[in-house]
Design a binder for this molecule. Structure first.
Ligand code: PHE
Length: 314
């Protein structure tokens, strides 16, 4: 009997064996029933056998249940260390990526991000920037005019005005945003991204401007960048410069405009130009992204073609 229990392979067989032993007409049940005429020793032997068998059944049941559980776990086992099916991961758009990089660099130089609206009024986009109505410099930019006299912001320089009106001097800010001009070819898009920097304080000079530009470019392109400045004209800076950087094969690439903030602009923002002076710069950061990532058609940035985004390595 004991061997039988020990050799049972399944819970059902054990169940059956159990009722054959302890069921209504089970072998042990009958022995227990008919103990009345037996000697004390014989009874003791049957009782001992009874407890031993019950114990054996219990142990066997535990053993078989554990085995069943293990078998179940083995078939339902999930290997969480296995590689997943390859997934299409989203990535940051190259423009977003370079924008984040440029912001992080300017922030590390102590500039604070400022914003302004894309539909701008005449005052912030032109007049306060020393470009009154009928000023010939208004023709430098092909402006989209709205019926109510507002414009699609042609330059993030408008944010300089908003920031100075709000914060006054000293001030050290940068701005990023979309700007709009009626231009469209491989290197121009009607909407493009501009980044602006403005630093007004006591004793700010042109060399602070040049150092800031050179450090900004060197950090962004992750190598020492040589820059060149050329005299230029913007109504809101005096003197004004344009800056280029040396690229492959010694080629100079035009990047943006800059200069010392014109006293009239400071005055328009209620800042005393005899006390404060500063520099401002502006450039198309989507062009910088093109150069960094080796792309040649600016319009592709805005087409949202997923195949292009994939092939351009992002
Ligand atoms: N706003 C000028 C442009 O769009 C660039 C510029 C910014 C020039 C700041 C001087 C100072 O061309």
């Amino acid at each position: 009997m004991k061997d039988k229990i020990k050799n049972t392979k399944t819970l059902e067989d054990l169940q059956k064996l159990y009722s054959d032993t302890f069921g209504k007409n089970g072998t042990m049940t009958l022995q227990l029933k008919n103990m009345a005429n037996l000697s004390n020793d014989e009874r003791a032997a049957i009782n001992a056998e009874n407890s031993e068998l019950r114990q054996l059944f219990k142990e066997k049941q535990n053993e078989l249940e554990l085995a069943a559980l293990n078998a179940k776990l083995a078939t339902e086992y999930v290997d969480v260390t296995l590689d997943n099916e390859p997934q299409n991961h989203g990535t940051l758009h190259p423009l977003t990526q370079s924008l984040k990089e440029l912001s992080a660099i300017l922030e590390s130089f102590g500039f604070t991000l400022c914003t302004g609206p894309e539909i701008e009024d005449d005052w912030h986009n032109f007049t306060a920037l020393n470009t009154p109505e009928y000023h010939p410099a208004r023709d430098m930019q092909d402006t989209f005019f709205l019926k109510n006299g507002n414009v699609m912001r042609t330059q993030t320089s408008a944010i300089q005005i908003r920031a100075m009106e709000k914060i006054g001097a000293p001030i050290k800010i940068f701005a990023i945003g979309s700007t709009y001009r009626k231009e469209l070819d491989a290197t121009h898009s009607a909407m493009f991204g501009q980044m602006e920097g403005l630093y007004v304080d006591k004793n700010i000079t042109m060399s602070d401007l040049v150092a800031t530009l050179r450090n900004l470019l060197s950090r962004f392109f992750e190598r020492e960048i040589e820059i060149r400045i050329r005299p230029s004209y913007f109504p809101f800076t005096e003197p004004s410069i344009e800056f280029d950087m040396k690229w492959d094969k010694g080629k100079w690439i035009e990047l943006g405009g800059a200069g010392m903030v014109h006293p009239n602009v400071l005055r328009n923002c209620k800042i005393n130009p005899d006390e404060y002076q500063g520099f401002a710069f502006g450039f198309g950061w989507d062009r910088m992204a093109m150069l960094k990532y080796g792309l040649n058609d600016i319009r592709a940035f805005y087409d949202g073609d997923v195949r292009w985004l994939k092939n351009s390595g992002f």
